[in-house]
Design a protein around this ligand. Structure first.
Ligand code: DOR
Ligand code: ZN
Ligand code: ZN
Length: 356
């Protein structure tokens, strides 16, 4: 029995770089890479140039996705420390609010305690506040979420001990969810010696001992999201390489290899990559959709041949199981045997549970 039918993945954390950096990726190339990876829908981050932080930048980005996306999508609103008004006006048009509590690619860090309190007081949802945060800032955000009764989502949990802090807060009644990336599950900081800048991202890779703890504590995790953050080879080879790695096309075969090895069940994989992300953001699954995978394919992930515009992967050489044969999205075959079957604009905004 080599054919496996899955509901497909929803990747709740990607950077498709448009507008502002389409030499790295764009809406069309990024959503095509999503389909190639069995990802039906992506949630796109706001650290663009210009950042997605107000009505004008959000409307322009939504229109661009309407014209160019081939997978489904939802966008994040960001906050760049300036204008809190959009936080009470635009929540209905986005998956959630993305807050950067620590430095990363882009210039959106907000740290000032009074400003943070104002953001937590102002956001009206319905989606959660999703944070990029190092461990000390996660504690700050958990306290703010408690104080203001906000739903909090911790992106790419930087340390397995943070999973324990998040669980403690959850037990105390804070509405908090979290995600872990495939690179924190399938690579350790030992990869940095081998790959240099190609294994550098924020938050950084951790020691093998901590990687084992992520796996041990996977029951505390709500979603696995790629943090697909493409940069060109030229940029990675430069004197000042930006942090980030692509991941849309490698999450599924890596996780299927882990299922094959008995490290998690198939049911749990589907929970972490499909039901979990939808539930966190209150989004509705696309109807009449599925991903067919050929499970007999066992191989090492290649160094090239990806759909992502950046063309490389930090996972090259890793054990993989399964190849995406066919993707059906809202009743139509959109991807089959390595070919895109729909044109730009087929993608739709993911609906909200209960209507948008
Ligand atoms: O490594 C990263 N790259 N971490 C982030 O938080 C941002 C991302 C990017 O946009 O390149
Ligand atoms: Zn981040
Ligand atoms: Zn990110």
């Amino acid at each position: 029995m080599g054919e496996l039918t899955l509901p497909g993945l929803i990747d709740a954390h990607v950077h498709l770089r448009e507008p502002g950096a389409t030499h790295k990726e764009g809406v069309y190339t990024g959503t095509a890479a999503a389909l190639a990876g069995g990802v039906l829908g992506i949630l796109d981050m706001p650290n663009n140039t210009p950042p997605t932080v107000d009505r004008a930048t959000l409307s322009r980005k939504l229109e661009m996705f309407r014209q160019k996306a081939v997978s489904d999508y939802s966008l994040f609103l960001g906050f760049d420390g300036r204008n809190v008004a959009p936080l009470s006006e635009l929540g209905g048009q986005v998956a959630g609010l993305k807050l950067y509590l620590d430095e990363t690619f882009g210039d959106m860090t907000t740290r000032e305690p009074r400003m943070l309190a104002e953001v937590f007081a102002t956001w009206l949802g319905p989606g959660p506040i999703a944070i990029h945060a190092e461990s000390p800032s996660i504690r700050v955000a958990l306290e703010l979420a408690r104080r203001y009764g906000q739903r909090l989502h911790v992106c790419h949990v930087p340390d397995p001990d943070d999973l324990l802090a998040i669980e403690t807060a959850r037990q105390a009644g804070v509405a908090v969810t979290c995600e872990v990336t495939p690179h924190h599950l399938f690579l350790s900081d030992e990869a940095v010696a081998r790959l240099g800048a190609y294994a550098r991202m924020k938050p950084p890779l951790v020691a093998p001992r901590q990687v084992a703890l992520y796996w041990e504590r996977l029951s505390l995790v709500d979603a696995i999201a790629s943090d697909h953050a493409p940069h060109t080879r030229e940029e990675k080879d430069s004197a000042n390489p930006p942090p980030g790695v692509p991941g849309l096309e490698t999450t599924l075969p890596l996780l299927l290899a882990a299922v094959d090895e008995g490290r998690l069940t198939l049911e749990r994989m589907v929970e972490l990559t499909y039901h979990g992300p939808l539930r966190i953001y209150g989004l509705a699954a696309p109807v009449d959709s599925a991903v067919e995978v050929d499970l007999l394919e066992r191989y090492a992930l290649p160094a090239k041949g990806y759909r992502t515009k950046c063309g490389w992967s930090p996972f090259a050489g890793q054990r993989a199981v399964g190849r995406v044969r066919r993707v059906r999205l809202r009743g139509q075959v959109v991807w089959e045997d390595g070919e895109l079957r729909v044109s730009a604009g087929y993608g739709r905004e993911l609906g909200r549970v209960g209507g948008r």
